[in-house]
Each structure stands twice: as C-alpha cells, then as structure tokens.
Design a protein around this ligand. Structure first.
Ligand code: HEM
Length: 103
C-alpha cells in the first residue's frame, strides 16, 4: 500500500487514494478505507439493509480499521504495491495482490 500511496503522491489521480491523500489521511487510514469497501455507499451494500441489516457492521468496520493500523505500525512490515481497481457493480474499490512481509 505504501508504494501505491507514494505513486499517488507523485502522480495524483481521480481516485479514492488521491482523494484521501488530499484530505491528509495517513497510510493506515487510506488502507483501512480501501479494505473497508472504499466508500460509505459500498459499506452500505456490504452490510445489507432494512430490518435485517447487519447489526455487526460497526464492529466489522472498526476491526477493518484497527487491524491495518496496528499491523503497519510494526517495525519491518513491508508491502508490495497492490492493484487497486474500481468495481462499478458494487460502487466501491477492490484491492488485489496486497502482499505483506516481515523484514
Ligand atoms: C465484514 C464483516 C461483515 C459483513 C460483510 C457482514 C454482512 C452481513 C450481511 C450482508 C447480512 C445480511 C443483511 C440483510 O439481510 O439485509 C448480515 C447479517 C447479520 N450479521 Fe453481519 N456482517 C459482518 C460482520 C458481522 C459481525 C462482526 C457480526 C456480529 C458481531 C455480525 C452479525 C450479524 C447478524 C446477527 C446478522 C443477522 C441480522 C438479522 O437477520 O436480523 N456481522 N451481515
């Protein structure tokens, strides 16, 4: 994720990562946002709706934020640049190939 964020800082694009950088978000916040479905609209789709809407949505979103924040705070944790694409069907971002290693 960090190399992808560096690329976006050098070469801003019309996408979520560049938008979050312009808002001053940290790398962990950007990853959490991407992994969490990318946008509130996508999160809404992920957790259903109506009377049976997922009651665990808040916990799930918190977990998605806490895990990468804690993980990337560990010394020596490295990532390879992931592939970030926009999925029109869900109106959200997808991350593929996010490899995490410990140096
Ligand atoms: C990323 C994580 C999660 C996703 C994507 C997810 C997604 C969903 C979806 C799509 C539904 C069906 C909603 C509907 O029918 O409209 C659902 C229902 C439910 N979820 Fe989750 N969920 C997640 C995490 C959790 C967690 C952490 C809990 C509990 C701590 C939880 C508890 C429930 C329960 C009890 C229901 C049934 C609600 C009902 O039938 O009234 N979920 N979830």
């Amino acid at each position: 994720m960090r190399p992808a964020i560096r690329d976006h800082r050098r070469d801003p694009r019309d996408d979520l990562i560049s938008h979050l950088i312009s808002r001053g978000c940290t790398a962990a916040e950007i990853l959490g946002e991407c992994l969490g479905g990318g946008a509130a609209s996508a999160a809404a789709l992920s957790f259903g709706g109506g009377p049976h809407r997922c009651p665990g949505a808040g916990i799930a979103i918190l977990e998605t934020d806490v895990l990468p924040s804690r993980l990337f705070a560990i010394d020596g944790v490295r990532t390879a640049p992931p592939r970030v694409t926009f999925n029109n069907d869900i109106g959200g971002y997808e991350i593929r190939g996010l490899r995490i290693s410990l140096a």
